[in-house]
Design a protein around this ligand. Sequence first.
Ligand SMILES: Nc1ncnc2c1ncn2[C@@H]1O[C@H](COP(=O)(O)OP(=O)(O)OP(=O)(O)O)[C@@H](O)[C@H]1O
Length: 926
Amino acid sequence: MGSLAGACEIVEEKDVVRLAKHSSRYCETALRSSKDMERHALKQGSMEYDIDQLFQSITIKPSPGRVMGSSFHHLETSASAGPSRSTSPSNKSAMKKPFPIGPPRSPRVGLSDSISLKQALRDLCISKASEMAAQKRLSKSAAASPRVSEADKIQSLYRQVLNESAGRSGLPVDKGKSLVEISLTPVDDIPSSSQSLPQRFDVIETEASNSISEPSQAEIFLGVNGNRSGLKAMVETSSLHKSNISGSSFSSASGDFEIEIDESAASPPHVVIEDGIVEIDKHVNSLPLCSGSKVDAEELDKSIVSSARVKSEPNALNSELIGRLDNTSSSGTDNRKSVSKVTRSNIPRPKPRPKRKLLVKKKLRIAVASASKLIDKDDTSTEPSASELLCQKCNCALKSSSTDNHPPTNTTYNTEKCSNGSFSKNGSIEANQGSLASSHLIRIVKSNKEANKGSSDSCGKGDTDEQKRENPTFSEKFEFSLSSKDSLGDYSSSTSMSEESNLSRFSCGNKPHMSMDVRWEAIKHVKLQYGSLGLRHFNLLKKLGCGDIGTVYLAELVGTNCLFAIKVMDIEFLARRKKTPRAQAERVILKMLDHPFLPTLYAQFTSDNLSCLVMEYCPGGDLHVLRQKQLSRCFSEPAARFYVAEVLLALEYLHMLGVIYRDLKPENILVREDGHIMLTDFDLSLRCAVNPTLLRSTSPPGKDPARMSGPYNTSNCIQPLCIEPSCRVPCFTPRLLSSTGGSRKPKRPDLLTQQLRSLPQLVAEPTEARSNSFVGTHEYLAPEIIKGEGHGAAVDWWTFGVLLYELLYGKTPFKGYDNEETLSNVVFKNLKFPDSPLVSSQAKDLIRRLLMKDPESRLGSEKGAAEIKRHHFFEGLNWALIRCAVPPELPDIYENGATEATSPQGNNDGYLECKAMGDHLEFELF
Ligand SMILES: Nc1ncnc2c1ncn2[C@@H]1O[C@H](COP(=O)(O)OP(=O)(O)OP(=O)(O)O)[C@@H](O)[C@H]1O
């Protein structure tokens, strides 16, 4: 057709007539006759007939050039050669049939060109029609044939694409080199091994089904030009998901596997599991093979974690993703940008796992918990909590409490070691909150645990052998515990230190002034709950100090907010050092005490070789520390008066109980939270008999009461006025009682004062007590103690004078170069007062009267504290209400009730001594 178009134009016949009005009649006739013949011949076939009809309406119009040069010239020649040039209708037919012009030639020549052209056109049309019919038949048969699969179509399509591609690029299609791997295997079924190659298809002859549009081909070309894996994915896309020819999704033939491919995603995806669908978003660097529902949550977790970690590595993702699509792990080096999102819906996974998401969440939660455990590990490794180490019900120390063979990180897994299985979570939690205990606690608890086991406690009987195996040191310690237990039994029986005695002995009933204290209730509750109280019920928070016979810890009762000071004493150590009597004395004295300026003993128990005293905790430190904090390293006179007044009351109380304190010094005067004092440390105290007597005044009326034994020694007073509720309580007015020993001239007493002074005086001073012990602190030792002449209660008034002196002057009065000189000064040196700071004469007079080297001349030696109270130094002081007075200063309370003053003193000597004394008890610094 193309060649023909160039030679002539096909126009309608009328135009030809109009144009060829000069054509000869012969030509028209010939043409007409020729058409008739052909029409007749084509009647046999309808298609040919139609074509013939078509051609009847076609007139070949020669091109201008040709017309002028050949055909037109040919017509002219014919016309000139003919007899008539008329344009009559008869000529029309002649013009239709060309006749020869010029030299005569066969009339077929001119017609033969025209006929051949038409014939060629007709043949071409027939050929095309036949092809279409054949193609139609072929397509019908192909559709009906079950053997023609989608893969065949894919292959044919691909073949066609390759051919076109080769044709366009000019490259030959080499079957061997450009063999394309078309994987029809769903991802789930693809083994992860890199050796398993995808199924290969050779390109086969298949008719194009036109199912691939240009976009798909473009994608395929992109894949071809990219890399093998990319091509594979794209081919899969285009072939398996016809509905989405753009290749944005991938679905298997079974329809249960879908991979969405987002071409625009050039960055790594990340994975989200939701209702069984694995979504790979842009941030996954390393994604495990999503083999259906067999996707391992751990791997997914890893992927998620890694996605967060390697967001900045987008290139790595594609390779991994492609590798997963190929299911060939080794194909991870490709870098294809067209695949970035894969969605798995419902294929080969046997059953969906709707809980996958939960599983992941759980894992994350576990991970958080693990992280918390890691954080806890660190915490417990350095500062384990007692409650974490103990079974709260059966008091069995948990495995983790052993620091020898078990790292502290095991603290949370060992509840199963307790046969009772009653590990108290609350206790643990609360213990964790406030636990600052150090490793020493572990060892103490450990000893406690072993003691429990050794004493056939209800918990862990069967674990003994097992623990021996697990802990090589257990056997040794276990035996030691037994021996300790024997020793303890003797000790306990002789000293009534058992827990049972503690239970029956102690209650708030015999300590009325503290009966409302919540700490009693807390202790009582624990005793009722667990049957007994032990060290296991406390979290040792801080070491407060280490004394001569034990170490004092700040402790919290587990499950409460109650703080205590627990004095822990190693019984064997005490026995070896012959200090057991001191511990006994302190314990007995503490049991008796019920006074606002003396410590309350809440409980006492023994565990293994430890004797523990649970006392009231004083957070304000001691007066020695407090004095050091003062500007001039000494207290003001009012402050000093306040403190010594309270000490005086405490000493008076002790003396009434028949206790000579003997160790008065600022270090033993603790400051409570409210600023009032508490006298502590009674291991040097002397217990003695005391016979409180009511002394009647023998002096005549009007005599200076300072010379009397007491202000109330009036014979005409039957009952002490202070007992009367309706009394105006003049006896509480210190002024009335302060004439004793005062340098000031006493005022003339009025009638009431005379009556009060005439009242009988209670004297509860253990005046008859004598001791030859060399006890106390050098600077505070009374001369009679140093001389060894025997001493009594008056030693406390000597020390009381030294205390007042130190508080006012910041130093002790007889301090020498060394202890020997100090002792010498105490015995021989006269008392001197420094020029500064300025101290009142009343204070100096009191000190002077108290520091009389002769104990019998000493103020208070005859009638006790009452004499001292009456001194002018205390004039105006309300003794009865001094506990309600405002203290000089309040301590700064820090965390856990501790203060700067109660910070660890670092007494390594004492501490090391404690460590050395116990075979398996170690006290360590925080
Ligand atoms: N109830 C308490 N509250 C607060 N801290 C206390 C308490 N009891 C003792 N401490 C502190 O513990 C330290 C040691 O006390 P401990 O009674 O063992 O006596 P010490 O006076 O140092 O020694 P020693 O018994 O040899 O005289 C004290 O210095 C004191 O700081």
